[in-house]
Write a protein that binds this ligand. Sequence first.
Ligand code: BES
Ligand code: MN
Ligand code: ZN
Length: 502
Amino acid sequence: MEIRVVPKSITELEADALIVNLFDGVSSPSGATGDVDRALGGAITDLIQSGEIKGKLGEVTVVHTLGRIPARRVLVAGLGKAEAFDLEKVRVVSAAAVRKARDLGAAHVTSIVHGAGIGKLDHKQAAAAVVEGTLLGLYTFKEYQKRGEEDKEVREFTLVEIDAGKARAMADAARVGRIFAEGTNLARDLGNEPPNQLTPSALADRAAKVAEELGLECEVLDAEAMGRLGMGALLGVAQGSAEPPKMAVIKYQGHPGGKETLALVGKGITFDTGGISLKPGQGMEEMKFDMCGAASVVGAMRIIGQLKPKINVLGVIPTAENMPGGKAQRPGDIVRAMNGKTIEIDNTDAEGRLILADAICYARKLGATRIVDIATLTGACVVALGHVASGVVANNDDLAEQVLAAGKASGEKFWRLPAYDEYKKQIKSDYADLKNTGGRPAGAITAGLFLAEFAEETPWAHLDIAGTANELAEVAWQPNKGASGIPARTLARLALSLAERV
Ligand code: BES
Ligand code: MN
Ligand code: ZN
């Protein structure tokens, strides 16, 4: 899609749909919406008076222009209450409005930048948020469906800003918004791929391809290399599948010689049957999304590789398929992870923490000074936080707070869970250093504390996205069933904010 910012008067622009806005409770529109209203002989004011337009958040009202201005129709997008308006609302409003325009068959959509004028937001940040929300809201996954004639597509998106200097700055910001959305949409694409297509090898190839496009180094370990490194936990999970495991590492060097290296480690189980501790058949197809942590890391690395913050970042992607083959590991098996710790396999369905254990060890070996892992790790996290917020477990308050702040700036919700030492006894084993399950109580926390054993003294935060990766509670920028791309944008913003601190 083509995106432009033009310094023109809003009433002179040609478009299939022109998006303007209105705060909740405003009876006579001002600013750009006021200009359009006057050009239409007060049509918007009339609709407000008759109660058809209220300005509620997410409301989109179509007004036909009947040749009074070059734009064929005007879409009045409700912004909600002025006091509650922020950049996340800009994304939500932009997504809702552009989708309405697409449904009406508009190929060329023009919009004002919500919040840049009377909304009092920074005009650059607002422009980035409009583009981010627009591209996230228009996302579809149609790789495996025939494209029909009825498939409607927005091909051109134009932002208007009468001040030429501001318009230039907004064009740079629009590029940033586009990069954030496209990285997220890449993560969504990977998540939505079927598990017969996106095998561990295919996922590693996709990661390598993204790295190549960005001019970044990418290392891919095979099973033999993992064996030499002592990655017994990861190899144990993979041994039940005919598909070999892989570990892809994308290396972004934004601060060569810098002391800090952030590692983003994403769970890449391309399909989780549960293994010998087999899952019930109902809903098992959803376990193709068990690589969404890895997908978010690939998406974030693409954003980081394009925006080039001054920090070193490793994207670590351990990937395997959890299958109950004849060579599969059994409950009762004991494996040894790369840091030498032994693990009793209590349940082969707690596989995510096993592949992450070795990946976290490897990130430390590569020099990571801060580690964030992302995983569709536990059903317990879905019970605790539902499909609204992702869970956070961390061994470091500063890193946890940085993650929460980056999430807030992205409109992706996180909630920190307690990690008291008292929970640790649940993952003690009678036969090994640890066991891979901690029973039903506090399942999301004990899973996190298991991972903490491999992060050791490195500052680390774990993001459990089991409830948000593919069944996110509806929000305008995530209208479809399927992968949400969470938390690619938060991870990229985290890297940008850490870069600013050093
Ligand atoms: N991939 C699942 C977690 C999951 C569950 C993700 C539901 C999305 C929706 C994970 O590998 C798993 O099976 N976890 C087990 C752990 C248990 C055996 C300790 C779980 O949560 O039931
Ligand atoms: Mn599992
Ligand atoms: Zn899993």
